[in-house]
Every structure is written in structure tokens, then in C-alpha cells.
Design a protein around this ligand. Structure first.
Ligand code: IFM
Length: 461
């Protein structure tokens, strides 16, 4: 089915200064994830995920919503691919829902589940958009959670089996494979603090979740290499840490947070083993695991949203070795997140300084912001703050590239307004506004701005 390109109804942006040139072959993209957009959660043999269970538990999501329908992308993917084509992106990063492929997390593939991603991939390629597939964006099959989830070592092996099934079907057409999305967030919110699925509150006892996700990544890299020649990577999110206060305890707090957020996953991936994490149960690390985890990757996916403020814990009985504190002096998004484009350059040059030649080429697999975007009386959606956010971050990224960091792509989070986890539908990140009552999509001003920038940027030789 061919859907016409979208009409642009939102006002043009005020910013007219084109972005500087990016390197030849730089990938312009957008990102989404399965549970946040697909809906159709019990259709065509899909099993339940931990997010289905969690979101249906009263009190977990601020507006009481679920991803049952979300953007109904499962049925409207052709319209969404037309939106991608209208943007002129080189690549589209989506995630595969594990419970669509293996309803119980094990065993043979559900052919209807694979068929959906087959259709999606083919329609992307027909429009000249490269498919970039993330294999795990937090929607673990509930049946695996019932057996211990990522606390159980066995889940790592199940993940590699699932990766092989997906690669066996799509491996001839996917341009880039990403194993995990933001394993730090899944560990800390899902198993540490309990604000995301599966809702466990283990604080530092959640360390096995880090190790088993990383082990699953390493085993999946091997499975993907066996099934496809496509490049393979992983997506972490990073946050430059700003310390408030100048005592030794404040600086220890900074180091502790940096180790947890920025190093816990990257050090072992790049062959350095784990940093010291207080209370981490090292017995879960078996001989040979660190070699499996450090399997070479082609791309390091970097997600950046904002820096983090910390200082020494004010409560001596705090289970955490730091307090998280708001950073003053920045504009903020509707999430309250500080807007700091220079933080992106800082983290990229910091990664290069920290890992040197071990660092693979980087792609910024997510960057974006939420604002309270509304449709005006003319049916348009004007979001100048998002234009300013993206403009500032892309200029900071360009400075990092000029500084010598090898960054080869940028993907805006997100194509569509969608289900923002524990915030439900109250936070809008899309370049395209979605009316969740009617499913009408309206490209925002930022959509036209991004389209024009992609078309206008030349190439830095
Ligand atoms: O919506 C999320 C996404 O799923 C993972 N990265 C951050 C985004 C905004 O919170």
C-alpha cells in the first residue's frame, strides 16, 4: 500500500541559519520503540510483556494509561513510513517487541509477529529508508519475568535465541542491529527504584540485572554475527555529572554517580571490566563472561537528554551514595529536564578521552525533548522550543565532531508523540503530534525544520 507524503500545515520555523556541514555519509534519523507506539498488544499471537502487566497495575502510570493502543502504529505503519519519507531521513530506528516474536520468551517464532516487522522493513526500504532494529527496548515477555527476568542468568541465553530468530528473518535487510536500549535505565528504574516495569525496588541489589543484560548483549552479538553480516551495536544513555558542593564527600558522590550511570555498562563493553560499584554481587560474574561482553561492536549508540546534578547524601542512612539535585540556570523541558546542548559535546569528548582507541564509531541514537504541544485553531502545531533544542544540540554535536570525535549519525527521539512510560501520554516528544483520541497525525513545525535541515546540510569532506 502506498500512502501519499504528508502535507505540511504547521507554521515554518523562525530559525533560518542552516546547520553546518556534517561528514559525508552522516546518518539522519528518528527513533521509536515498540511498546510506546505499536498498540495491538494482544493481537496476532503477541504475548504479554512486563509493561502490559505494570501499566495495568493501578498507580504505576501518572494518567492511568497503558500502551494497549498507543499510536496504533501496528495498523498505521504505512502512514508512519510515509511521514518518515516526507522527512527525508536516511534511517529509522524502531524496536522489535520480543513478546510478538516469542509470546512466552522461548521456543519457536510466532510467524505473525515476524511478518509484521517484515512488512515494516520492506515498506521502509521501498521508501529509501534504512531499517535500524533495536532488539530490546524494555518489553520483556512477562513469562520470563515470572522466572526471574533479568535477575536470572538464563534470560541472557533466551535473549540470544530471540536475536537469532529475528536476524534469521530480517538479517538480509536491516542496516544496523542494536541489542539493548539504555540497560542502565531498565536496571535502575525497573529493578532498582521500581518506577518502571517490572516495578522492583532492589537499589544496588539490582546489579545482576546489569550483568545479565550485558551477558545477553554479548551472546546476541555472537548470534547476530552468525546470522547476518550487518553491523551490530548497543545503545546506552549518558549524562555528564555536575557536582553541587566542593567537599570530598561531594566529589565522591560525583564519582559514584558517574561510575553507575556512565561507566557500569561501557567499561565492560569496551574491555575494561566493571568499575567498583558498592554492594554489587560479583558472584554473578562467571569466568569468561567479561570476554563475551567485550565482543567487538561496530557502533556505540549514545542517547543524550540532559546533565545530572549530584551532591553528597544529606541522609546518612540513604541507600544511595549520592543525592540527585536539580540543576539551576538552564531552561527546562516539560519534564523539568535542563536543556544543555554543551553537555552533549562534553560527554562525547569525555568518552573519547576516557576510552581512546577502544571507542567504536558513535551514533547518537536518541536526542529530543518534551513540550506541551497543542493543536491551534488552524489545526497546526507550533513547537519553536523543540526547533531551538534540536538546533542547539546539533550545533554542539558538530563541535564535538570538529574536536575529533567520530560520530556518524543522529536520531531524533521521537517521530511521534507516544506512550512515555510512567508519564503515560502526558509528555510529548514527537516531531509529529498525535491526537490519541482520533489517531490523527499532525507534523509539527519541528518536522518541517528537521526535513529542511536534512535537505540543506552539505557534507564535510
Ligand atoms: O521515551 C524514552 C525512550 O524510551 C528511551 N529514552 C528516553 C526517552 C525519553 O524519556
Amino acid at each position: 500500500m502506498t500512502v501519499p507524503l504528508p502535507e505540511m500545515t504547521s507554521p515554518p520555523p523562525r530559525t533560518t541559519v542552516p546547520l553546518p556541514d556534517f561528514p559525508a555519509g552522516f546518518v539522519w534519523g528518528v527513533s521509536t520503540s515498540a511498546y510506546q507506539i505499536e498498540g495491538a498488544t494482544s493481537q496476532d499471537g503477541r504475548g504479554a510483556s512486563i509493561w502490559d502487566r505494570f501499566a495495568h497495575t493501578p498507580g504505576t502510570v501518572v494518567d492511568g494509561s497503558t500502551g494497549d493502543t498507543a499510536c496504533d502504529h501496528y495498523h498505521r505503519y504505512a502512514e508512519d513510513v510515509a511521514l518518515l519519507a516526507g522527512l527525508g531521513v536516511d534511517a529509522y530506528r524502531f524496536s522489535v517487541a520480543w513478546p510478538r516474536i516469542q509470546p512466552d520468551g522461548t521456543g519457536q517464532a510466532n510467524s505473525d509477529g515476524l511478518a509484521f516487522y517484515d512488512r515494516l522493513v520492506d515498506s521502509l526500504l521501498a521508501r529509501g529508508v534504512d531499517p535500524v532494529a533495536t532488539l530490546f527496548h524494555w518489553d520483556l515477555p512477562q513469562a520470563l519475568e515470572d522466572k526471574g527476568g533479568w535477575l536470572a542468568r538464563d534470560t541472557a541465553g533466551r535473549f540470544a535465541d530471540y536475536a537469532a530468530l529475528v536476524a534469521g528473518r530480517l538479517g538480509d535487510r536491516v542496516a544496523l542491529w542494536l541489542t539493548l536500549n539504555e540497560p542502565f535505565v531498565h536496571m535502575s528504574y525497573g529493578y532498582g527504584l521500581g518506577t518502571h516495569a517490572p516495578g522492583q525496588t532492589r537499589f544496588f541489589d539490582a546489579f545482576p540485572v546489569a550483568h545479565h543484560q550485558l551477558l545477553g548483549h554479548g551472546l546476541a552479538v555472537a548470534a547476530l554475527r552468525a546470522a547476518t553480516g550487518g553491523p551490530v551495536g548497543i545503545t546506552n544513555n549518558y549524562s555528564p555529572v555536575r557536582v553541587l558542593g566542593d567537599t570530598d564527600a561531594d566529589h565522591l558522590a560525583r564519582a559514584a554517580y558517574h561510575a553507575l550511570h556512565n561507566r557500569l555498562f561501557t567499561d565492560p563493553l569496551l574491555g575494561r571490566g566493571y568499575p567498583e560499584i558498592p554492594g554489587a554481587d560479583a558472584t554473578v560474574v562467571h569466568p569468561g563472561d567479561l570476554d563475551t561482553i567485550a565482543a567487538p561492536i561496530d557502533v556505540l549508540g549514545v542517547n543524550y537528554y540532559n546533565p545530572t546534578g549530584v551532591r553528597a547524601p544529606s541522609d546518612p542512612d540513604s541507600p544511595l551514595p549520592f543525592d540527585l539535585v536539580p540543576l539551576d540556570g538552564y531552561p527546562t523541558t516539560s519534564f523539568g529536564w535542563p536543556v544543555d546542548p554543551e553537555g552533549l559535546r562534553e560527554l562525547l569528548t569525555g568518552l573519547r578521552a576516557e576510552y581512546g582507541d577502544r571507542l567504536p564509531p558513535i551514533q547518537i541514537t536518541e536526542g529530543g525533548c518534551s513540550y506541551d504541544d497543542t493543536i491551534d485553531e488552524q489545526g497546526r502545531c507550533h513547537d519553536p522550543e523543540r526547533v531551538a533544542y534540536l538546533d542547539g544540540h546539533l550545533r554542539a554535536l558538530h563541535r564535538a565532531i570538529v574536536d575529533g570525535v567520530d560520530v556518524r549519525g543522529y536520531y531524533v527521539w521521537s517521530l511521534l508523540d507516544n506512550f512515555e512510560w510512567a508519564e503515560g501520554y502526558t509528555k510529548r516528544f514527537g516531531l509529529v503530534h498525535v491526537d490519541f483520541d482520533t489517531q490523527v497525525r499532525t507534523p509539527k513545525t519541528s518536522y518541517g525544520w528537521y526535513r529542511d535541515q536534512i535537505a540543506a546540510t552539505g557534507t564535510l569532506e
